[in-house]
Design a protein around this ligand. Structure first.
Ligand code: AMP
Ligand code: MN
Ligand code: MN
Ligand code: MN
Length: 291
């Protein structure tokens, strides 16, 4: 059975997006304006291990009087069974000392990993990758996305998919196994900061059905609140399947574009709707939406 697709869901929620505070290409100011242009009503900014984009986004919404509600979010890197798992926090208090201390540690881990990645690339006769990636990060969280852009600029690959496949994916020349904390720690820091924890893009970890169910069960047992089921680019059966898992493990559901930059197939608010029979994270936890 297929679910009806609401053509104009309202209000339109996009609860996963990036700015220049991490590996997005737009400033927070440009991102919120683009969200409005694409009819998004409620936007969560969820940069990798930083909340630095939130305050400039809030200021821009107030200054330009944009019809947009902003959710303060963050996408925390964690690890589980040798996989890098992303946990989105929604409705966090950006001033919470525990969150600030945790994000500082994540930043240190990112820098240490970047140094090791650059050493590995240097051995493969690609010099100056640390300087290159840090320059592209412009003081924000340094990610593999910045290394990818540097390598493309060096002519080592034509596009992001190729550069990850050849240099940055698990086991490749520039890959360094991460030293992230556990899923439990990520959930705890989000909860202490007053937010709700969402398992990000569960379909993108390359897990078999058995392992994906294990991951969702673990996330739920550790106190996770919701999981993403809807993204821009996705087979409809994946969305329905993920919604079923959310029901099985008593999780609310979320939707988000994971927008990083203007491109042909991923856009703010695009193709975001929920299958029937699930409870949206914004309905189960309405406090995550601040006015
Ligand atoms: P990091 O958190 O530093 O490990 O970087 C992860 C980020 O790299 C993701 O959030 C994506 O933005 C990007 N990324 C990872 N894999 C790919 C891929 N195969 N193609 C394009 N971007 C990717
Ligand atoms: Mn990213
Ligand atoms: Mn992610
Ligand atoms: Mn993301």
């Amino acid at each position: 059975m297929t679910d009806p697709i609401p053509l104009n869901p309202w209000p339109l929620y996009d609860l996963h997006s990036h700015t220049r505070a991490s590996d997005g290409l737009l400033t927070p100011e440009a991102l919120v304006q683009r969200a409005v242009a694409h009819r998004v009503d409620v936007l969560a900014i969820t940069d990798h291990d930083t909340v630095d984009g939130i305050s400039p986004a809030r200021d821009a919404i107030a200054r330009l009087q944009l019809p947009l509600r902003l959710i303060a979010g963050v996408e925390i890197s964690s690890q589980w069974e040798n996989n890098e798992i992303h946990i989105v926090g929604l409705g966090v208090n950006c001033q919470h000392p525990g969150l600030i201390a945790f994000l500082r540690e994540q930043s240190d881990r990112r820098l240490a990993r970047a140094q090791l990645m650059a050493q590995r690339l240097e051995k493969a006769h690609i010099p100056d990758a640390l300087e290159g990636a840090l320059a592209l990060a412009e003081g924000g969280a340094v990610t593999r996305g910045h290394f990818a852009r540097f390598l493309i600029a060096q002519g080592k690959a034509d596009n992001m998919a190729q550069v990850f496949k050849n240099y940055l994916a698990k086991g490749k020349t520039g890959y360094v196994p991460p030293q992230w904390g556990t899923i439990k720690q990520a959930i705890a820091v989000i909860h202490h900061a007053g937010g709700r924890a969402v398992l990000a893009h569960p379909g993108r970890y390359g897990l078999s059905t058995k392992w994906l169910k294990r991951l969702i069960a673990h996330f739920s047992e550790e106190g996770g609140d919701a999981m993403e089921v809807a993204q821009c680019q996705q087979a409809p059966n994946e969305r329905t399947q993920l919604a079923r898992y959310a029901q099985d493990y008593q999780l609310a559901v979320s939707q988000g574009s994971d927008f990083h930059q203007p491109c042909a197939w991923i856009e703010l608010g695009k193709n975001l709707w929920l299958p029937g029979g699930v409870e949206a994270v914004w309905l189960r936890f309405p406090e995550i939406v601040s006015v």
